[in-house]
Design a protein around this ligand. Structure first.
Ligand SMILES: [Zn+2]
Length: 432
């Protein structure tokens, strides 16, 4: 019986003993009575041998891991000792629970492991039968251990920002990670230039010189920052952001075209509205040979013909579509020359002002976009993935009020239990 309970609860300390009939059910909660005692020879206070005697017990209710869906508490009777030499008293100790603590170490570890997922603190609290404040305390304690300020920088970095709590001074917070191992290096509360400078001056100049590439979106202060603080770093504009900017303008242009014919040609309006996805598809993937029935079209047709027909109705949309598709194709093919030629040729075509603005920005960042083609394995993908997780975390908890707690949770999610294997694999991938 005793050993069964020990196995069931996974208690390894042999000084804890269970008697028969020690499990009691009170209000759907399991109370398991046990005693902790062992012989003591040396006094903890005066270090003298002999003279230590048993001196009664002290009971404490320790929150333990849930068993078969029921909350489980250990009613632990701890042995008290008295030293006849110095008169001091002390209590028996166990690795099951920390000193002066009523929550078992196993529960704390369970809380930390649940906190590495995007579940809310309230949910974790109800699952482990502790209060929300306990969860917060445990999360903070675990995060404190891994929150040590990094002193070294990886060779390849990704920069990005995310919307954190309302108490943050700048609108956005700044996050940066290793582009190879996908590990978050650190989070900075404010993404404005002076705050970032202050943050990065913590690293020595030698350390900053080691950074070879930095992947960023098209946010001008980052470029200023990198030029000043990272003398050897190559700036890479993230390809996802280039495609995103192009697609956004194409969509805007299509909607403008829609609104022009809204009251004149309702059928055309509906067609432009319904087949929005076909415009964003890669041109290669459009179908020209197989004919099918399409709603809003009278005869059999295919996706390629639908796009061609709609483009022929609007000159500006046609030009915009051409430029966007060509630029995206050159990105796919990793052909910087084609990208630049398309960029130059586009300047004397009739395009929407929005796309013209985007192309102007591209021309401005021309030298950095070239790097995008050169280092095609380095993208902001890993950090965008982390950002998505941050968003889910915030949504699950219905928002965070305290920036520090929020940062701790993000660090726990991204850093605790990072397997060495994954790190190795990604490194190999990168070298190949
Ligand atoms: Zn003593």
């Amino acid at each position: 019986m005793t050993h069964d309970i020990r196995k069931l609860l996974n208690i390894k300390d042999l000084n804890i003993k269970f008697s028969d009939n020690c499990v009691e059910k009170i209000k759907n909660k399991l109370h398991i009575k046990c005693t902790l005692t062992y012989p003591v020879d040396t006094c903890l206070c005066c270090q003298k041998q002999g003279g230590v005697v048993k001196n009664g017990t002290r009971s404490s209710r320790i929150t333990y891991l849930e068993s078969a869906g029921q909350a489980c508490y250990l009613i632990l009777k701890k042995q008290r000792y008295l030293c006849r030499n110095c008169g001091h008293t002390f209590t028996a100790e166990t690795n099951l629970v920390e000193k002066n603590c009523f929550i078992s170490c196993a529960t704390k570890q369970k809380i930390a492991s649940l906190a590495t997922d995007t579940t809310s603190e309230k949910k974790i609290a109800s699952q482990t039968h502790v209060s929300i404040h306990t969860v917060r305390r445990v999360v903070d304690a675990f995060a404190c251990a891994i929150r040590k300020r990094p002193t070294t920088l990886p060779e390849h970095l990704c920069f990005d920002e995310f919307k954190s709590t309302r108490s943050v001074k700048g609108v956005m917070s700044f996050i940066y990670c290793d582009a190879v191992t996908h590990q978050v290096v650190d989070i900075v509360e404010d993404r404005r230039l002076y705050a970032l400078k202050e943050h990065f001056y913590r690293y020595s100049r030698q350390e900053r010189k080691k950074v070879k590439t930095i992947c960023i979106d098209m946010y001008v202060p980052y470029i200023k920052l990198i030029r000043q603080l990272f003398p050897n770093a190559t700036i890479i504009i993230d390809r996802f952001h280039i495609v995103q900017a192009l697609n956004r303008e194409l969509n805007r242009c299509r909607i403008q075209g829609m609104n022009q014919v809204r009251y004149k040609d309702r059928r055309l309006y509906n067609k432009l509205k319904r087949y929005w996805k076909l415009f964003l598809m890669k041109e290669k993937k459009l179908e020209y040979t197989r004919y099918e029935r399409f709603p809003l079209f009278d005869s059999l047709t295919n996706t390629g013909n639908v796009v061609d027909y709609l483009l022929n109705q609007n000159e500006v949309l046609k030009n915009t579509y051409r430029v966007v598709q060509d630029l995206r194709f050159s990105l796919d093919q990793s052909d910087p020359l084609m990208f630049l030629t398309t960029l130059y040729q586009a300047s004397n075509q009739s395009l929407t002002p929005g796309l013209k603005r985007v192309l102007k920005t591209f021309t401005k960042f021309k030298q950095y976009i070239k790097n995008t083609f050169h280092y095609h394995t380095l993208t902001n993908g890993p950090i965008e993935g982390i950002n998505n997780k941050i968003k889910v975390l915030k949504r699950n908890a219905y928002g965070y009020k305290n920036y520090s707690h929020f940062k701790n949770r993000i660090l726990l999610i991204s850093r605790l239990y990072v397997s060495g294997r994954k790190e190795k694999e990604t490194k190999q991938l990168f070298v190949a």
